[in-house]
Design a protein around this ligand. Structure first.
Ligand code: NDP
Length: 457
């Protein structure tokens, strides 16, 4: 993919970039390695100060950065502003809580015949972050804030369609006063990742994106014996039981499926509705989907903008054609929007069956697949038959159903009477083909730390 800003609202190519030549890439890796040698020795207090300064820079830049993201990948301006604010929250969260997370953990010295025994958490070094375009600031920040708090150094290979947001990330940390080169953006294509990952000066990698990209990075990192965190796709179930507040569930279902123009890994994508309430829920859900305003994402009234790429739009067109061709019904939507740019109508498919691609794959666009089920057992069984296991949602007022759902759903996150959302204060990640490892909280920070055991006699 060319490294370029292409406005999905118009299809117009606004700016293109040459990939970094070999010698410039080498220089950036060398600078990152040199930066780590001194950055690891900086005080926790200094890092806290730089994180807070970065949050302040983001606050001041909100309008400009939000416009940049909307221009590069089409999210609504309001959601882009919310994304900037969330990034500032994450920076402040690690400034507030990072020092305690980095405290040594005292162990039972007597039991091991020592005067002192403890675990001390130390940064690993230069970490490569391969990031996607859908939350171009947040996905990268979710890595950067804990990594920089921990004393690691970051190299960001961002998605090729968000180069300006990627360059802004580097600028942000520089302007916040972090030491030079602790966070650099590499404008490279995905074919160059292997060279970076195999470099001895790069010690670990994190990737958010598709399963094939994750497999590729994990295979190279595995061969080179370097740790990875993978946050891959999701096709989150959203289960609605008879005791649920149907109006609330339908409203949240619409938000969850159509947030970010339908392009979120933790969007609810498969809706399992108990037969007793299926008709009523489907009516409410379809009605609210039909009310969504699709249009220019810069317009404050717009709720759903374009898909980020032309190929992404084509994938959605094919998924819906395949499902309808095999007997599904598009209760609402089901077509491209007749206007320039990569717009698709918010869509509700009913009558989805296992023969359809929407059943077993991830639709990265505003298309909800609805199943009618006879029981919670059936909903969980079909939900768990999917290769992904990222987030999950249950709507029920029944204690026993909630307990069963939390116990049995194969997912990294279980949300009851709400939608799966990432918060700096909660661990984030999946199981099965959705990846491994956790981001955010102290779990995310420690993924790229050496938990060094210390015994002092
Ligand atoms: P990709 O996985 O292709 O892109 C994500 C990142 O990985 C980008 O930086 C990309 O670089 C890089 N990448 C692509 N291919 C490889 C590879 N073989 N080895 C290493 N890195 C690679 O996602 P897409 O943008 O193409 O979206 C396709 C699908 O991915 C979506 O339909 C969705 O299912 C999933 N996805 C999931 C996301 C999530 O949040 N979990 C986010 C985005 C996508 P480059 O841009 O240069 O190709």
């Amino acid at each position: 993919m060319a490294i370029a800003t292409t406005n999905p609202t118009t299809g117009e190519v606004l700016k293109t970039y040459e990939p970094l030549p070999d010698d410039a890439l080498e220089e950036k890796i060398a600078r990152a390695a040199a930066a780590f040698r001194s950055y690891r020795l900086t005080s926790v207090e200094d890092r806290v100060g730089w994180l807070r300064a970065a949050a302040d820079v983001l606050d001041a830049d909100t309008d400009a950065v939000a416009e940049l993201m909307t221009t590069e990948m089409g999210k609504t301006l309001a959601s882009a502003k919310a994304e900037v604010a969330k990034c500032a929250t994450a920076l402040r969260y690690y400034a507030d809580h990072g020092p305690a997370m980095l405290e040594p953990q005292q162990l039972d010295a007597d039991a091991v015949g020592a005067r002192q025994a403890y675990v001390t958490y130390q940064p690993l070094g230069v970490v490569l972050a391969v990031m996607p375009w859908n939350f171009p600031l947040w996905q990268a920040m979710r890595f950067a804030a804990p990594a920089l708090m921990a004393g690691n150094v970051g190299l960001l290979k961002h998605a090729s369609n968000v180069p300006q947001t990627a360059l802004y990330m580097e600028e942000l940390f520089r302007r916040a006063g972090f030491p030079a080169d602790v966070f650099q953006t590499l404008l490279i294509g995905s074919a160059t990742i292997e060279r970076v990952l195999r470099d001895d000066r790069v010690v670990a990698a994190t990737l958010t994106g598709s399963a094939p990209a994750g497999q590729s990075v994990a295979a190279i990192a595995g061969d080179a014996l370097k740790p990875t965190v993978l946050e891959l796709g999701g096709s989150d179930p959203f289960i609605v039981m008879p005791s649920a507040d149907l109006a609330a569930a339908a409203a949240v279902a619409v938000t969850s499926r159509n947030q970010n123009n339908g392009q979120s890994c933790i969007a609810a994508k498969r809706f399992f509705v108990h037969a007793d309430v299926a008709e009523e829920f489907t009516r409410l859900f379809a009605e609210k989907i039909g009310e969504l305003t699709v249009g220019d994402p810069m317009d404050p009234d717009t709720q759903v903008g374009p898909l980020a790429t032309e190929s992404g739009l084509q994938d959605v067109v094919e998924y819906v054609e395949d499902a309808v061709g095999k007997g599904a019904t598009a209760v609402v939507g089901g077509h491209r929007v007749d206007r320039p740019g990569w717009f698709y109508e918010p869509t509700l498919l009913t009558g989805v069956t296992s023969e359809m691609a929407v059943h077993a794959e991830e639709v990265f666009g505003p298309v909800a697949a609805l199943y009618t089920v006879q029981s919670l057992d059936e909903a969980i069984e079909i939900a768990n038959s999917h290769p992904y296991g990222l987030g999950s949602n249950l709507w029920s007022e029944d204690e026993a159903e909630r307990a069963q759902f939390v116990r049995d759903i194969e997912a990294g996150m279980a949300f009851v009477n709400g939608m799966t959302t990432s918060y700096p204060q909660l661990p984030f990640g999946g199981v099965k083909q959705s990846g491994y490892g956790r981001e955010l909280t102290e779990l995310g920070m420690r993924e790229f730390m050496n938990a060094k055991t210390v015994w002092v006699g």
